[in-house]
Every structure is written in structure tokens, then in C-alpha cells.
Design a protein around this ligand. Structure first.
Ligand SMILES: [Zn+2]
Ligand SMILES: [Zn+2]
Length: 277
């Protein structure tokens, strides 16, 4: 029976990496931690870093791409990035990597999974979100979005699990000691998503099929886990119907492995390393 295994290895401005596999291919969505730290966190799941087939980049900012070159070069993983993202990556690799150019609005087959790419509203060269499909399962992944665009709503359509940004509380951002230019950038339509904007999406546009919701990229300075959780839960209550399970994500550790199947979901204790890849 098809399944998707998902663990968010790290999330937030210090580095974003998500592991996804259906057993036929193993992928990283973003690689914003140092290569060695990605390797260490993969091993806690029981995944050998050398078994990662591809690294897919949402955009070129350091907290999403920092470890991409080195990881791909060291482990012969293919790098999937838009031309705009690829051209902005720094520093250049000491060893060439296998790069596959991807485009917003296109799809590609990786193992038995199909990955759809869609544009996201963010101040980067050519940023994208992902929807990974296998059988009737699909996992949508969008972070670093200044607002919920129609392309994002479309991209997440039909998903059974979603990772989405819950970056800041608007009052905390307004009162923060950030310089005005940074405050304006984060709060802009090409910056980062607030708890309130996420709540509006959850109440009015969240697909009915979603059973798991990962809250990602929480700001350390301008948000609290409790605030993001309460704001999302209240929105889901107003929406009515079956509530998806909410998963927090962390800067310093992976989330327990979620095993998403067509009939049931398991959250596994990954301390022992449950995968045998
Ligand atoms: Zn960014
Ligand atoms: Zn980011």
C-alpha cells in the first residue's frame, strides 16, 4: 500500500530541511542546515545520508540552501532547483553537482512519486512550493510566503498533509526591535506569513482532505509556539468538520517520523532509528 514518510529535520531562520520518502526514492526538501548537521539528523531517523536521491530547493536563501552544494556533492544526490534559484546559490561548489532545472507549473517523477512545482510569493529569484503525490496521498510544502496567493491555494489542493509557514504574530513583529526595513520586509506580501494570515487560510481555504498540518518557520523573536497553535486551532474550530492533527516543528531537532498511509497514520518514535534504508 502506498505510504509517505515525513520528518521535518529542522525549521526556522536557523535552517529548514524536510525529509520525505515513499520507499522508492528519498528526498530532502530544502537543505538549510550545515551538511554535517543534516547527516546527523538523518541518522537519528535511521536514514543513511548516502541514500538520499535528491535535494529540492524552494529558493536560494541561506536558511533553505546553506548545505545543498556540499550535501549533493558528497552524497551524489541530484539538486533540483529553478534556474533563478540555482544561479543565486553561493558559494560555488568545489565539486560540480548534478543539477536538474525545474519550472513553476511543471511536474516531475521521482521514484514512484510525482512532484508538482508552483510559484510562491517571496522576495527571492524564483521561489517555489512542492506537492508530492503518491497514490491517493499528497504532501504540500510551502514556507516563506508573504501571503496566500491563488497559486499556493491551487498548489495545495487535495493534499492529505501540509507543511506551511506560521512565521510571526503581527503585534510582536510591530513591537519588535527589528530595524524598520527588516520589519517591513518580513511583514510585506513578499515576506513571511503571519499567524493571522495562516488562520484565514485554515478557516476558509484549507483542503478538506488534510489530516496533518505542520506549522513551520516560527520566528524565535516574533512568535510563540502557544500563540501559533492557539491561532490555528481557533481557525480550525471556526472552519468546522474534522480537525487535522497539528505538528509543531523545531529549530534544533527533527519531528517524529510521520508514516502517512491511505488508511491510517502512525507517528513513530524515531529515537531508535526505525527506518532501514
Ligand atoms: Zn526566504
Ligand atoms: Zn526562510
Amino acid at each position: 500500500m502506498p505510504e509517505l514518510l515525513i520528518s521535518v529535520l529542522g525549521s526556522g531562520s536557523s535552517g529548514n530541511v524536510t525529509f520525505v520518502s515513499d520507499g522508492s526514492a528519498r528526498l530532502l526538501l530544502d537543505a538549510g542546515l550545515a551538511c554535517r548537521e543534516i547527516e546527523r539528523r538523518l541518522r537519528t531517523l535511521g536514514v543513511a545520508p548516502g541514500h538520499i536521491d535528491g535535494v529540492l530547493l524552494s529558493h536560494e536563501h541561506g536558511d533553505h540552501a546553506r548545505g545543498a552544494w556540499r550535501f549533493c556533492a558528497k552524497h551524489n544526490a541530484t539538486l533540483y532547483a529553478t534556474e533563478g534559484t540555482y544561479r543565486c546559490l553561493k558559494p560555488l561548489p568545489d565539486k560540480p553537482v548534478d543539477w536538474v532545472r525545474i519550472r513553476s507549473g511543471s511536474s516531475t517523477k521521482l521514484g514512484r512519486m510525482t512532484v508538482d512545482f508552483f510559484p510562491t510569493p517571496h522576495d527571492a529569484a524564483d521561489p517555489i512550493g512542492f506537492r508530492i503525490r503518491r497514490g491517493r496521498l499528497s504532501f504540500g510544502h510551502v514556507t516563506d510566503i508573504g501571503h496566500i496567493s491563488e497559486a499556493v491555494v491551487d498548489g495545495l489542493r487535495g493534499c492529505s498533509a501540509i507543511l506551511i509557514e506560521a512565521n510571526h504574530d503581527v503585534d510582536m513583529l510591530r513591537e519588535s526591535d527589528y530595524p524598520a526595513s527588516l520589519r517591513d520586509r518580513v511583514g510585506s506580501r513578499l515576506g513571511h506569513l503571519s499567524n493571522d494570515a495562516l488562520a484565514r487560510y485554515l478557516e476558509h481555504r484549507l483542503p478538506g482532505a488534510v489530516r496533518h498540518l505542520f506549522l513551520a518557520h516560527l520566528s524565535k523573536q516574533n512568535n510563540h509556539e502557544r500563540l501559533a497553535l492557539d491561532c490555528s486551532l481557533e481557525a480550525l474550530t471556526r472552519r468546522g468538520g474534522r480537525k487535522p492533527k497539528i505538528h509543531l516543528t523545531y529549530a534544533d531537532r527533527p519531528t517524529p517520523l510521520l508514516r502517512l498511509t491511505e488508511s491510517r497514520e502512525l507517528v513513530e518514535d524515531t529515537k531508535q532509528g526505525v527506518l532501514a534504508f
